[in-house]
Write a protein that binds this ligand. Structure first.
Ligand code: NI
Length: 160
């Protein structure tokens, strides 16, 4: 595994629609491994392939520690309800904002081994999966949020 550079906002790569993965092979799995390592290194809960410069429809998410999702060629087959929560993105460092998302989704795709999976996700898990899915369409949360603002990244300011 290796860390990859994270593409940041302003790079046209983040605005392109990604293409389907045609075969889930060792090359794809190697990229997914690197994505997981890169996401964790940067303390993220999700990372999509275009964020490491790969224009393919796949992402990795870890909405809670140890619960890792690998989603390849995902489709949202059910979307209902609404919630609003705080989001950030590894590609938009130092910023956060509130975004409206569905409260409940069903997402279908392929897993790390290329087998079909169906994920039923609610609450924060649904937020993370939708955020990562948007990356594959060239959409950033900043397109949807109402109050984009700077956040204090200085750990000494944490208790403010
Ligand atoms: Ni993001």
């Amino acid at each position: 595994m290796a860390l990859r550079n994270v593409v940041t906002d302003g790079d046209p790569i983040l605005r392109k629609k990604c293409r389907e993965v045609t075969e889930v092979d060792d090359r794809i799995r190697g990229i997914l491994d690197d994505m997981l390592e890169t996401m964790r290194f940067n303390l993220g809960v999700g990372i999509a392939a275009p964020q490491v410069g790969i224009m393919r429809r796949m992402f990795v998410a870890e909405p809670e520690e140890g619960k890792v999702f690998y989603m390849i060629n995902p489709k949202i087959t059910l979307s209902e309800g609404e919630q609003e929560g705080e989001e950030g993105c590894l590609s938009v460092p130092g910023k956060a904002g509130k975004v409206k998302r569905p409260q409940h989704i069903v997402m279908e795709g392929l897993d790390y081994d290329g087998n079909p999976i169906v994920v039923d996700a609610e609450d924060f898990e649904a937020v993370v999966l939708c955020h990562e899915y948007d990356h594959l369409e060239g959409i950033l949360y900043t397109d949807k949020c109402t109050d984009l603002r700077d956040i204090n990244e200085d750990p000494e300011g944490e208790d403010e």
